[in-house]
Design a binder for this molecule. Structure first.
Ligand code: NAD
Length: 264
C-alpha cells in the first residue's frame, strides 16, 4: 500500500474525475473513496481516463454500514458489487468497514462477509475504519483474522498514541484521515510555521512529512491542482528528531469528527 494517497471526501462526483486525474498525473497511485462520498463514479472515470495500468493503482473504498439496519452476508456482497460497478473496476485493493457503530452490534457479521470477499479475490485486502482498540480486539477474537488497516482520524491535535501502539503490536497499518486537520488552524500553528520556514517547505508539507516519519499512511485531500502537487512533494527532506518532538507536543486529543463509540 502506498504510504501517501489521495482522499476524495467532499469532492462532488462531477469534479472527482478531474481531481483524481490531477492527482494521478502528480504521481499519486493510491485513491481513497467511499460509498457515502457519492463520488465513486467520478473517481472511477478519473482512473479510467488516466490510462495508468490497473496493477499500478491502489484503490480503497468503504462500506457505509449506516446504510442498513441489519447487515447480512448477502447485503454486504450487494453493497460491495454496487461500489465496484460505480467505480467501473473488477476488483479493489482495500475494502473498509466505515464505522464500527457499536450500538448496533453488527460489525462482526460484516467482518465475516469481508473475509469471504477477500477469499473471492475481488478485494485484495480488507480492513476497518474508526475502530477503537476494543472493537479491533473483538474482531480479532471472533474471526481469528486481523484487519490489514485501520483508518482513523489522526493529525497533530489528535495523535492517537494508544491506537497506534495497538496497531503496531498487531501488525495493523495505521492510516490517518484528515491528516492536515481538514486544513484548519493547525496549518497556521506557530511551531508548524517555524518548521516550514526552517525547512523551506509549506506547513502542509511539514505535517505530511511528520506523518510519514511516524509510519502513518496519509490520504490528504484537495481539489486545487497546486495543493494536490504540493502534498505529494514531501519526499525530498527530513524532519530531525527535535522537529518531530516539537510536533509531538501539539497533541490535545481534540477530535474534528465524531467519537466512534457514539457515531451511528
Ligand atoms: P485533510 O486533513 O486532508 O484536509 C483537507 C483540506 O485541507 C482541504 O479541503 C483544504 O481545505 C486543505 N488543504 C489541503 N491541502 C492543503 C495545502 N497544501 N495547503 C493548505 N491547505 C490545504 O482532510 P479530509 O479531507 O477530511 O481527510 C482526507 C481524506 O481522509 C478524505 O478525503 C477521505 O478520503 C478520508 N476521510 C476518511 C474518514 C473516515 O471516516 N474514514 C473521515 C474523513 C476523511
Amino acid at each position: 500500500m502506498p504510504q501517501l494517497g489521495f482522499g476524495v471526501w467532499q469532492v462532488p462526483d462531477d469534479d472527482a474525475a478531474s481531481a483524481v486525474g490531477t492527482a494521478l498525473e502528480a504521481g499519486y497511485r493510491s485513491i481513497d473513496t467511499a460509498a457515502v462520498y457519492d463520488n465513486e463514479k467520478g473517481t472511477g472515470q478519473g482512473i479510467a481516463a488516466s490510462g495508468i495500468p490497473r496493477e499500478e493503482l491502489f484503490v480503497t473504498t468503504k462500506l457505509w454500514n449506516s446504510a442498513s439496519e441489519t447487515w447480512t452476508r448477502d447485503s454486504v456482497f450487494r453493497e460491495f458489487d454496487a461500489s465496484l460497478a460505480r467505480l467501473g473496476l473488477d476488483h479493489i485493493d482495500l475494502y473498509l468497514i466505515h464505522w464500527p457503530r457499536p450500538m448496533r452490534d453488527d460489525y462482526l457479521t460484516i467482518w465475516r462477509a469481508f473475509g469471504e470477499l477477500l477469499q473471492s479475490g475481488r478485494t485484495r485486502a480488507v480492513g476497518v475504519s474508526n475502530f477503537k482498540p476494543e472493537h479491533l480486539h473483538r474482531v480479532i477474537e471472533d474471526s481469528g483474522s486481523i484487519p490489514s488497516v485501520n483508518q482513523i482520524e489522526l493529525h497533530p491535535r489528535l495523535q492517537q498514541p494508544v491506537p497506534r501502539a495497538f496497531h503496531s503490536d498487531h501488525g495493523i497499518v495505521t492510516e490517518a484521515w484528515s491528516p492536515l486537520g481538514q486544513g484548519g488552524d493547525i496549518l497556521a500553528e506557530e511551531r508548524i510555521v517555524a518548521l516550514a520556514e526552517k525547512h523551506e517547505r509549506t506547513p502542509a508539507q511539514i505535517i505530511l512529512r511528520w506523518h510519514l516519519q511516524l509510519g502513518n499512511v496519509v490520504i490528504p485531500k484537495s481539489v486545487t491542482p497546486a495543493r494536490i502537487r504540493e502534498n505529494f512533494d514531501v519526499f525530498g527532506f527530513e524532519l530531525a528528531d527535535a522537529d518531530m518532538a516539537s510536533i509531538g507536543a501539539l497533541n490535545t486529543d481534540t477530535r474534528l469528527g465524531a467519537d466512534p463509540d457514539v457515531a451511528d
